[in-house]
Design a protein around this ligand. Structure first.
Ligand SMILES: [Zn+2]
Length: 318
């Protein structure tokens, strides 16, 4: 296991840890260290707990020294290890979005929802058993909440669009935003072309394009120098990324509406957004061949299509 551990120091007391969901380079969580304070932004799944612990061991940080667990939202690649980590870190407080808190205290609905998306067998393999967090150890982080991380200000911002239970965290010290899925997904292997490739994860069931566009404007008002995205890593040149992401959100909504009355609409949306992404990447000379691109994003595009399909049902578009 220790050979497979991948993490790297990004500066500013921030470490990017690969949680090894499906493959390397897909999902990250972030360790923030500051003047004796220790916190994790996003948790990975139960399968990644041993990785996080090994990173702490190598850094000489005892379990008792972890102060905060900060899942950006309750989707399980971000929050799935919350319960287990809270068991491992006896002094930690779980900082949860107000809409996320009750699901982390009682993960029954979360498990049911994810089983519906992934299927029972795959769910078990990917996420294991979700452990409830004692209510008294959960603190709600409302919009505008400022955490004093021993003199380092962490600002929590309500960011609907990907999910209504999503917050982002602005870290003054790094001029960086921890964005979970709100600032899109962008894989390093596909960012070698003329323009970068970023897409909105429209995972079921709360995709809201209008809210998402407003959220991006709200985040850009902070003029972040960098974003720490869960899928995957630190990205700079944020203004350019925001522009690409806004366009992608509009394109996704338009594609979904175009297929609203089609038969097999979920499959057709999935094929369309995958093909559009492939065309874009080839046009940008991203350096990856079609098989590699498919390998990296096909599953995302299927999930995205499911989310768009669900969104259409909420729009009363048939
Ligand atoms: Zn998510």
């Amino acid at each position: 296991m220790s050979d497979e551990i991948r993490y790297h120091d990004l500066g500013y007391g921030i470490t990017c840890i690969d949680t090894q969901l499906y493959r390397s380079g897909l999902a990250a969580c972030y360790l923030i260290e500051h003047d004796g304070m220790v916190g994790f932004v996003d948790t990975g799944t139960n399968n990644s707990v041993s990785i996080l612990q090994e990173v702490l061991r190598r850094k000489g940080i005892a379990n008792e020294k972890v102060n905060y667990i900060m899942p950006t939202h309750v989707h399980l690649d971000h929050a799935g290890a919350s319960g287990k980590l809270m068991q491992e870190f006896p002094e930690a407080t779980l900082l949860a979005h107000p809409r996320a808190a009750r699901h982390l205290a009682d993960p029954t609905k979360l498990m049911q929802g994810s089983q519906a998306v992934y299927g029972e067998k795959a769910f078990k393999k990917m996420f294991g058993k979700l452990i409830p967090v004692a209510v008294e150890r959960i603190q709600e982080a409302t919009d505008g909440f400022e955490l004093d991380f021993n003199g380092r200000k962490l600002l929590f911002i309500d960011t609907p669009g990907h999910a209504r239970h999503h917050y982002c965290i602005y870290d003054e010290q790094s001029s960086g935003l921890f964005t979970g899925d709100t600032f899109g997904a962008s894989y390093p292997e596909l960012n070698l072309g003329r323009r970068r490739f970023i897409f909105p994860p429209t995972t079921p069931v709360q995709f809201d394009p209008d809210a998402w566009l407003e959220t991006i404007d709200k985040l850009m008002e902070l003029s972040p120098a960098r974003v720490f995205i869960t899928h995957f890593g630190m990205l700079e040149g944020v203004e350019g990324l925001a522009k690409l992401l806004r366009q992608a959100i509009r394109d996704y909504a338009a594609i979904a509406q175009e297929f609203a009355s089609s038969e097999n609409r979920c499959k057709r949306i999935s094929e369309c957004i995958l093909q559009d992404s492939i065309n874009y990447l080839l046009d940008q000379h991203c350096g990856a061949d079609v098989a590699t691109i498919r390998h990296l994003i096909s599953f995302d595009m299927e999930l995205n299509a499911q989310g768009l399909d669900y969104w259409l049902t909420t729009q009363n578009v048939t």
